[in-house]
Write a protein that binds this ligand. Sequence first.
Ligand code: ADP
Length: 496
Amino acid sequence: MIAELNSLIAHSRRVTQFAFGMDRPTAVPSGLSNWTARGFDDELLMTFARARPKAILLQLLMLMPILTISAFSPPILLIPFGAFLIGLGLAASLILADYWPKFKQLTAKRLFLIFEALQGTGWALISQASPTPDFIPDMAFLVFIPVALGGSSLVFSSAIRGALGFHLLPILIGDFIALGLSSGRSTPDALYLSIALIGFFLYLAGRITETTLDHLTIRAEKDALIADLEQAKAHSDEARRRAEELNLAKSRFLATMSHELRTPLNAILGFSEVMEAELLGRHRVKAYRIYARDIHESGQMLLGIIDEVLDLSRIEAGRYTLEEQICQLAQSVSECAHLLQLRAHSRGVIMMMTVDPELEPIVADERALRQITLNLLSNAIKFTPSGGEISILVGRNPLGGQFIQVTDTGPGIPAHEIPIILESFGRGSLAVKTAEQGSGLGLPIVRGLVAMHGGEFSIQSREGEGTSVTITLPEHRVIRSSAQASIIETHDRVAA
Ligand code: ADP
């Protein structure tokens, strides 16, 4: 019970503080700068300055009947004095509404509050001194004035904390003084009612200000979030642009270097071949012939790597041009398999091929297709241990495209290594451990060539079970029978 009472007291204290602008500094969402906090006050002041003049008409409408009534009563000095204070406060408020940005924020706010208090004092004098003719109940002005003022100011002045408080405070003080003096003119009931009404309006004003601040806070947080997002996007765009530039520069460098290396390498290959074949005379030391063969073999390996580097850099730099022609996928694949059959056999690996007999011709770069197939098959042969199997499947997919699938029963690739091996020069731990030859360029080249054909590349692998790589060429590369007939017909006509 006591705890509930305490929380009620704390809440009502907070609301009172709100109403009179004495609470904590403006709530600033975490992460927002001081600029935003100042921005809040500026915004609230601006809202107040814009709305305040609109309340003038209402105040005048309220003032008119009271002045009219008092004109018919014996003169009471307090009424015109009160009206003068109200007019002064209103006029000053109006002028300040135009010129407040020229003042310091706090000064402008204080001036507004003083002018509110000035008007409030005027109303307090009128409400206490107004004559009430017989046809109007005694308490009419005492109750009517706070209700009308509170209601209208609620709408117009809740943007500044304390504005309503300063407006109604003089009336409240007037009520208390009247209660204290227990002047015979006003009934205590009317005074109590007036005090209760003022309390109610102060409470409402506090809540409205609280809601307005929450609203502004949420809006500021949203704006800050949008700004953060825009900044992050700008950074990522810039980073991407720089990465692309660097990648292009790297590819150009590699392409140039590879080209420069090929020329001396060709000389090494040519001369080592001549020396191995002893074309210009026998070596006196036999080992020289073996050395010459080693030089030739190493040179060829190096040439293979340089060719791969050159191909990949051309692909990445967008300088690889496809030489498209009509070809049979199955035929290209089986020629490559045939080429590597001996190597597979020597390593004790069985190679099997299954082909869809009704495969239509496709439009593709045949050299690229061979390179794709050779890379996939040589990987499968390289990594499959003796006694293992490699199956090659060439067929059609449900979307009308054609695919090559190379599956082996080798050691497989750990899932976390797949992104690595798809990068240039990326090699799996197994290849490094078993010291298998390779540059880590085969798969990136395959991916690049497949992408240039508009196809798809996928790799499925399970450690200890094997690897399956599938490349798919899209449906639009397949020449349908009717299209094929018309192509042949056109060729015939051209020939004729
Ligand atoms: P490399 O010239 O090193 O073979 P690749 O790009 O062709 O370059 O392959 C990259 C790595 O992917 C290899 O080093 C190997 O670790 C892994 N890899 C590729 N194919 C297979 C496969 N069929 N079985 C197991 N590992 C494979």
